[in-house]
Design a protein around this ligand. Structure first.
Ligand code: OSB
Ligand code: MG
Length: 370
């Protein structure tokens, strides 16, 4: 497989409702796609970050720079740039997992398409449907929150995740538990908003029977999570802290978490994501697939990953309508609380030219074979 063209397509899609977390407030998804054309097939991937480094240290302009100057030249210099060799070629460049994930994923998508193989099959999928949860942002009022949740439950989502922060935790969580009853699979995500000195406060969440509390403390505070885990009954799940299979193995061994959120973009791509899955399965740690408000392009690939056997908890992979009035691919729809794993070659979805035209703001060439 020879790479002929790599281009970046900057896109802006309005969200159907604003999404607020302890670290950011978004009304649109502004990101970029990577389109790789080879002599055998084309591939697509979606940058997981945002224009500002508020969730992840990486951000769109920085990722574009590192791709253009450091990653694309290394990968296009390979005599046979197969997906399995991409990570090694990029390894001399430190960090930047989201930029690396983008390039590896687009090439992996092209490679799977060239072999008419679904990405899920390549990764080791064991199911064709994946349980869909929904991540609910911070709202201005509790009635507004309850209204939002009740809409999602009516649609059939099987698990609700509430974003929390200091000042928006016990009250909204308690209100949701009272309103929807003990049968609701409910969990929270703090996106690093607390510190270990909040342990007594966080312990009060125990009474609400949450499935998990996601990333209460800072990204680099694995030791803090170990201490917090001793004080809470609610299982701790790590998101931001897990950047690799090695991180996952260490966090599990130290007792920092009992659940892991695997986000392919954050960990450098689907191959590392699969290694994290394997480490967690080996330790009996349940995993689920996180999201970055992906369009259908990234979501299709997340579905392929979430079809692996260790993904036993509902995922942050929701229907297209939860995010966008118009998606960039055929819309994903919820059926019995699940989304179907695409079964076509590669990610199994087609980028719709008209939708892409409506939502793209610029295209920039990163490489052309001469
Ligand atoms: O922490 O899981 C998170 C979105 C942006 C940044 C961080 C997170 C999220 C989500 C969205 O929770 C989940 C989704 O894509 O449905
Ligand atoms: Mg999270």
């Amino acid at each position: 497989m020879n790479i002929e063209l790599i281009e970046l397509v900057e896109v802006r899609l309005p969200l159907v409702r604003p999404f607020r977390t302890s670290c950011s407030a978004d009304t649109e998804r502004h990101t970029f796609l990577l389109h790789v054309v080879t002599d055998a097939a084309e591939g697509w991937a979606e940058f997981g970050g945002d224009p500002e480094p508020l969730y992840s240290p990486e951000f769109a302009a920085g990722a574009e720079r590192v791709l253009l100057d450091h990653l694309v030249p290394r990968v296009t210099a390979l005599p046979r740039p197969g997906a399995a060799r991409i990570a090694a070629a990029m390894a001399p460049v430190k960090g930047n997992p989201m930029a690396k994930a983008l390039l590896e994923t687009a090439i992996l998508d092209a490679e799977c398409r060239a072999h008419a193989m679904p990405l899920g099959t390549y990764l080791g999928a064991v199911r064709d449907r994946v349980a869909a949860g929904v991540s609910v942002g911070i709202t201005d009022t509790i009635p507004e929150l309850l209204d939002t949740i009740s809409g999602y439950l009516a649609e059939g989502y099987v698990r609700i995740k509430l974003k929390i922060e200091p000042g928006w935790d016990l009250e909204p969580v308690g209100a949701a538990r009272r309103e929807f009853g003990d049968g609701l699979a409910l969990q929270v995500d703090a996106n690093t908003a607390y510190s270990l000195t909040d342990a007594e406060h966080l312990r009060r969440l125990d009474e609400f029977g949450l499935v998990q509390i996601e990333q209460p403390l800072a990204e680099d505070d694995v030791a803090g999570h170990v201490e917090l885990a001793k004080l809470l009954r609610t299982p701790i799940c790590l998101d931001e802290s897990i950047r690799s299979a090695r991180d996952a193995a260490a966090a599990i061994r130290l007792g920092a978490c009992r659940i892991v959120n695997i986000k392919p973009s954050r960990v450098g791509g689907y191959l590392e994501a699969r290694r994290i899955h394997d480490v967690c399965v080996a330790h009996g740690i349940p995993v689920w697939c996180g999201g970055m408000l992906e369009t259908g392009i990234g979501r299709a690939q997340n579905l392929a990953l979430a079809a692996l056997p260790g993904f036993v908890l509902p995922n942050d992979i929701s229907a297209s309508s939860r995010y966008y009035a118009e998606d960039l691919t055929e819309a994903f729809e919820l059926a019995d609380g699940c989304l179907s794993v695409p079964d076509g070659p590669g990610s199994g979805v087609t980028v719709l030219p008209a939708a892409l035209r409506r939502h793209s703001v610029a295209t920039r060439k990163l490489y052309q074979k001469r």
